[in-house]
Design a protein. Sequence first.
Length: 103
Amino acid sequence: MKRSIHILICLLAMAGMNAVPVPDSFLPQRVESVVTGPAAQGAEGRIVFIAGSTDATFNVYSITGQLVKVVRVAADQRASVDFPKGFYIVKCSNQWSRKVVVR
């Protein structure tokens, strides 16, 4: 039902009825906080490492488990390191680990 109302409101707005009231529940919620923890993301030919609010050490492993590189990033900084195409496991200072794809 809620989705049907949302679709109806969108259709009416597209038809030129710009003054259609939109309930607050349909509006996207504001993001009040910024991610402060470390992160790693695969990109085209590289991995981007983000330290967050404290210094971070990232261990990059091949898919077979061999340590490929250790990357240290200062607080509130980011680093971009080139890697060949493939799948990698990135482990951050014993906090988390995740699979990263380099295209």
